[in-house]
Each structure stands twice: as C-alpha cells, then as structure tokens.
Design a protein around this ligand. Structure first.
Ligand code: 8YV
Length: 326
C-alpha cells in the first residue's frame, strides 16, 4: 500500500492504484504527521516531494520499505540513514532535464534583457513610445556562461547556450574538482572548457548553478564568492536555494557587487530573504523548472514505477541507494 503526501498527476496515481491501495493526503503533512504515518506500519512505500523532510529520526522509526521522491533532487531525504535502516530511495532523473535547462536559459535571457522591468513598464502604462535608450540590456552572444557542475541539466543548458553563441566554461561539481575526461565530455569536446572553481567564479558573465544540495555545496556561493565575481556578472540558480547564501546575495545585488540574479529556487521556500523582492535587477520564479504538463506526468510515472517496484520487492528503476551488503 502507498502513502502519497501530495497528489501527483496521472499516470502516477493510476499506476499505484493498479498495484495496491493508495492514500493521498489532503494537504502536505507537517513533519510530525508524516513521521507518525511512516511509523504506523500501514504503508509499504511513501511518495514524497521536496517539502517533505525525511530525516534520520523519521527514518529510524519508519516502518516502510521505501521512499519514492517526486523529484530528481533528494536533499530532503537523509539517504545514508535510509540505507542504514534498509529503506530504498527512488528519484525521477532525466525526464525534467530539458525543461529545467529551458528555465535556466530563460533566466539568462530574462536577466540579460531585463524582462521583468520591461513587462512591468508596459503594464504600468509607462511605455510612451520607442526610445533609443529604453531598457538597454546586455548581449548574451559572446558572453561567458560558467556552469557550476556538469551533470545532465548543466549539459542541456550548455547545448542551448551554444546555440545562443555563448562561450562556455564549467567546473565539475565544486568544490570536489573531479576532472571530467575528454571522453566523458562527448559531444562537448572542443566546445566547452573545464576550469577550476576560482576561475569559473572570476570569469563568468553568467554563473549558473547545477550542483545537488549537500553539505559540500550548502552556501557554495557566499559573500566571498560574490565578491570575486565580476561587477557586471549575473547569478542563475535553478538547482537548490541553499546553494546560495541568499542574505549575502541580497546585499551583493543592492551594493552592485554583482549586476543581477535569476532565481527559480530560494533558500527557505516559499519565503524570500528580506529585500530580495524589492530589487529590480532580479528575475524570480516560484520553483517551476520542471513545471510542464508532460514533464510532471513523466515524473509521476517514474515515481510510481519506483514505488511499485519497491513494494513488490524489486529494485526500483531509478534507485538512489542500494541495500546490498547492509
Ligand atoms: C520538483 C525539483 O518540482 O526535481 C526536482 O529536484 O526540484 C522539481 O522538479 C520538486 O522538487 C517537487 O518535489
């Protein structure tokens, strides 16, 4: 039987109900409610989303076989604790790569060409006719795009940015600096350049974050990093909010330490750091990287397939951990 914390689109619920009984909670549960439900012994698998905190104490008392996250990111789940307790974890990689890269590109273009300011000006009745210097932005072509991380979404963003004539640098998974071999670069060999994190920070006109959130990447972009960026640089975040020290970002934007930011994620969603919403040089989106109808359906399908496999004692198609030897 399956516990679904937040209703997922079809075909997810259908796949689950074909395989067992399904309980969909009417609203996202608070921590205590989720912990109690997981400990009740009534459910084989719990389907979670990024707002569900599945930490070590919850997993310690849980009597479930698995946690299937309706997301590619799984920073809301303590995977090591899950493994220790013999609980499988699944996620939904691949299906949201292009949609999220589209949002990264949208934020690059939107910040470069000041789309929010422009839209507001028109709606406010402030468009009084064409002017030679109205809302001048900057060119994306020829600009340096720095990618922090070089996984699926970073590569899909690189593919788009190459089409826009950008010069592309990347640093693999800072601050680990595991170098990517020419062979691993595949289609990007000769088209993108690998640099160390410091050079990425210092040379990027647009610095776009594509790293998972974990203890190594929390506040990866802090005040010191912001100060090393170019004064006309723009920060793009479609990954996870806490990768950026948001209070430091607000100060940096206010003091013109950097020129702008395009953010789809925030440090303490749905709250924004004080002052962020008032800054004109930002484009702010409500975590919609994967928000298209087909992508959310595919995410639902994958998370249901993971859940059903776990419930039936099979290996989930997209497992984050393995229990071999535990
Ligand atoms: C989800 C995401 O919408 O997949 C992820 O990691 O951030 C988004 O696609 C969100 O996490 C829902 O759980």
């Amino acid at each position: 039987s399956f516990l679904v914390t937040t209703a997922i689109p079809d075909p997810g619920l259908q796949l689950l109900s074909d395989a067992g009984t399904v309980t969909v909670l009417p609203s996202p549960p608070d921590y205590e409610t989720l912990a109690a439900l997981c400990a009740s012994g009534e459910y084989d698998v719990v389907l979670t989303q990024l707002r569900d905190v599945v930490d070590a104490p919850l997993l310690g008392s849980a009597r479930v076989k698995g946690v299937s996250n309706f997301a590619v990111g799984y920073n809301n789940i303590d995977v090591d604790a899950a493994t220790r307790h013999g609980i499988l974890v699944g996620n939904t990689p691949g299906v949201l790569t292009d949609a999220t890269a589209d949002i990264a590109m949208l934020l690059i273009l939107g910040t470069a060409r000041r789309v929010v300011e422009a839209d507001r000006l028109v709606r406010d009745g402030e468009f009084h006719g064409w002017e030679p210097e109205l809302l001048l932005g900057r060119d994306v072509s020829g600009a340096v795009l720095g990618l922090a991380g070089f996984g699926r979404i970073a590569r899909a963003t690189a593919r788009r940015a190459l089409g826009f004539g950008m010069e592309i640098l990347f640093a693999p998974r800072p601050p680990g600096h595991r170098l990517v071999s020419d062979e691993e670069l595949g289609e990007f060999a000769g088209k993108v350049r690998q640099v160390f994190w410091d050079e990425l920070v210092e040379r990027s006109d647009f610095l776009s974050l594509h790293v998972p959130l974990n203890e190594q990447t929390r506040h990866l972009v802090d005040r010191a990093v912001l100060e090393r960026m170019k004064p006309d640089a723009i920060l793009i975040n479609t990954a996870r909010g806490p990768v950026v020290d948001e209070a430091a970002l607000v100060e940096a934007l206010r003091d013109r330490v950097i020129a702008g930011a395009g953010l789809d994620v925030f440090e303490d969603e749905p709250r924004l750091a004080p002052g962020l919403a008032e800054l004109p040089n930002t484009v702010l989106l409500p975590h919609v990287g994967s928000a298209t109808v087909p992508v959310r359906s595919e995410m639902a399908r994958l998370s249901a397939l993971n859940a059903v496999a776990i419930a039936e004692g099979r290996t989930p198609p997209h497992a984050v951990n393995t229990l071999t030897g535990t």
